[in-house]
Design a protein around this ligand. Sequence first.
Ligand code: MG
Length: 433
Amino acid sequence: MTRRDLLKAAALPAAVAPLYSQRTKGLPRLTIREVKAVPTSGGNHYQWVFLKVLTSEPGLYGIGSASNINQAFTVTTAIQKHYAPFLVGKDPDRIEDVWQNANTRNYWRNSTVQNNVLSALDMALWDIKGKRAGMPVYDLLGGKARDAVPMYAHADGRDMQEVENNVRRYMEEGYRHVRAQMGGYGGGGMIPAGERSRPAGGYAGPAFDEDDYVDAIPRLFEHLRSKLGREVKLLHDVHEHLTPAMAVELAKRLEPYRMFFVEDILPPEQIAYFRQIRQVTSTPMAMGELFTHPHEWVPLISERLIDFIRCRVSQIGGITAARKIAALCETFGVRTAWQEGGDNDPVNQLAAYHVDLAISCFGIQEENHFPPVAHEMLPGTCELKGGYLYGNDAPGLGIDIDEALAVKYPLEPIPPGDSWTTVRGVDGSLVKP
Ligand code: MG
């Protein structure tokens, strides 16, 4: 299949296009009247930014997620100062054209902030199209391919027994898929502060050691399999911490425990090493949390080097980009597992949900849940029950935003110093996420 065929295959499903024309026949031509940014802490120290597209039809608008935990203020300014003036007057029905135009007008493509704005714009335009047609977005994408969206939960613990207890707790709730970590980010490989040989006067904090990690994690999964049996599907996130040879070694050592997938075993700079991993082990690989450019995911998918693609929908260009990736994945036997960090928001989750419902190459969706204030601020936020995610059947994305409530909780300043992504070795050198 050529690239052109793939893109054609990803276009609005043939059976749906006439229905949309029929539903909107006789309606006046729409234009974008206003584009605004709605930044908020979500009442819970989030760094959320929503984009709202208002149209020439009174009361018809769409919303999208432009959240970026590390650059929320930049994203807000980008929407207000750079994109809003460009978008006013455009036809919101022409999603593909507006998307391509917004991407290439910057000349340089696929920066993280640009992708956040594009993603939010794209979600908002699908929201508008759905509301106008009286159809949920998943119906515009071809209709339900499943009844609800299965999620995987996050189980953690300071030792193997605690991890086991937490996996059991999720299994009892109904989850069939559980990600197991030992002690958080880098856990299993962290040397306590001050221990082992350190440079005089140098870094003395907790330090990552990949040999320790590659010994500890297979022992964790040996324990979990012996205690929990074969039924539960187990996942693990390496958070990109390993050098290539150690990534190959870990993938081999985990093979006996029949993982559902191992996530981000390599940093994005070293994705060529997936060829070596593929040659030596059948452990399924998931990759893509940090991807923002097609040149990152296309080779891994088209050369069948990974089993799951797990980009964040609001970092790749929204629903339009996700369904193009899904079309590619379907062709090459790769499944989706859209990423949901704890920093993510309900609008991005719903955008992923609509794609999840409508594609045949769906694999799994990462779990994320929100405090009551978020449900109040964003009515229509998905519900999580028994390991499944449920949206609603309202037209569009099926979510709204209470702007007055959002404004009551403004973005908070970024705390000074390092973020959770900063990990160092005993000699003080950085370990890349
Ligand atoms: Mg991850």
